[in-house]
Design a protein around this ligand. Sequence first.
Ligand code: SF4
Length: 395
Amino acid sequence: MSSPLPIARSPVEPLLRGEVPDAHWNDWRWQLRRRLTSLADLERLVRLTDDERAGIAAAPGLFRIGITPYYASLMDRDHASCPVRMQVIPVAAEARVSDGERVDPLGEDALSPAPAIVHRYPDRVLLLALDRCAVYCRHCNRRRLVGQDDGVIPKQDLERAIEYLHRTPAVKDVLISGGDPLTLSTEKLEWLVSSVRAVPHVEIIRLGTRVPVALPMRIDDQLCAMLRRYHPLYVNTHFNHPKEVTPEARAACERLVDAGIPMGNQSVLLRGVNSSARILEELFRALLRVRVRPYYLFQGDPAQGTDHLRTPVGAGVEIMEQLQGRVTGMALPRLVIDAPGGGGKLPIGPNYVLAWGVDRLKLRNYEGRVVEYPEPAERDCACPYDAVWLGDDRR
Ligand code: SF4
């Protein structure tokens, strides 16, 4: 087991907390209202580098800056390589557009049959609830949609999205994301979740949110009590670094899980932020401790202005190779590339099959030991009971 990582020697927290009564600090609406958005806000708290100053100066035409005081309190004031800082303070490279980068890297706009809907896979859709987030991440692949202003998606558009769900029986699974749906009021979110739940063929609802990471005080009893009325409901969140798994974040995740909501985590592999096996091992172990299952590890999408944060594909494969066998399989997410242009998620990873013979496979394990697996004599894998089971209307 690896030794604990050093923690930041110069956190920003005392500078922020010293001025703020607990009643404000623990109020998620106060946190949203008081997001840090400007050079003046940031230079009061951290020793900005010239690179960061240039990024902040360029940001207005590119992608907004917005950092909750809580998330800002996790920053290291002296080190620009702080993983929290790197996720929310822009640098000059963000203004560059590199080869292959796109405004809409996943081709979502072309897959929208109704307002606020992205329908890429047959049985599930993405419902974009609003265009506001608690923090604006420098690696965001949806920067064309979120953070331009704090407007909401018009209710008529959401109603048309719900109508689309009603008339599309193939849809079994609705992912409500955005923007961050948990920055809606509980009442507005309940209207949306209950409207989706009222679609007879929708089996599961998922919420995609960074709120447990950046605004954990939002996960209050009222929200959890509301959500638990609409099971089966899942929450996928987005921790990228173990530094983000604070006591406050832990309490937020545990409150959701205690309301019966299974939680998964989708990390993005970010160069210099979490692009090491040791950091990711610590993150994945920390997530399991707070009952959040690591689910996906995304290769960064080629969104405009994010080249400096992306890793070579081989780096992620190498990290997964190092983690395999070192941590429990429950801690290992799937490494995927979301194919540019709407091709969908493609799993990638180390290859453990050395040779595929007729009656046996030659494999290697995580230590490099070569093993053979004997194939069975019978090759026909049809399930005779399928016809009975699938034809039974009482199921
Ligand atoms: S929370 Fe998600 S949608 Fe919002 S800026 Fe960050 S990555 Fe983008």
